[in-house]
Design a protein around this ligand. Structure first.
Ligand SMILES: [Zn+2]
Length: 117
């Protein structure tokens, strides 16, 4: 995946600095409030990219059924816990068509080959 252009990085930094100032102003020097507001925003931005935990859990269950409980790369039985969704292209998100369910080992191999770790 292409990295940010210099112009886009400057825009992103400006947004981040503006956001930090707004968070600090909203927190009014209350450390607990600062922590909570920052965490809330962090999680929502993560959901924007990755979907909610509920959406990902449902996709995992769907993939496990369609792959008959087997890792899509090595064909071994997927562990009951700790199987991982692998995106073919990160930008395309966690959709049925863009993901496969892998054992942890295969997921690490797939990401290393894609250079997306
Ligand atoms: Zn595997």
């Amino acid at each position: 995946m292409a990295s940010l252009s210099d112009d886009d990085r400057i825009r992103a930094i400006a947004i981040l600095e503006d956001l930090r100032q707004k968070i600090a102003a909203a927190a009014e020097s209350d450390r607990d409030r600062l922590f909570q507001i920052r965490r809330y925003i962090l999680k929502r931005l993560e959901f924007d990219e990755r979907g909610t935990p509920t959406q990902r859990r449902r996709l995992k269950e769907q993939k496990r059924r369609s792959q008959r409980g087997l890792c899509a790369m090595c064909g071994g039985s997927l562990p009951e816990r700790g199987a991982e969704l692998d995106r073919f292209r990160a930008i395309d998100g966690y959709t049925a068509g863009n993901t496969q369910l892998l054992c942890r080992n295969c997921h690490q191999t797939a990401e290393a080959e894609r250079g997306s770790i």
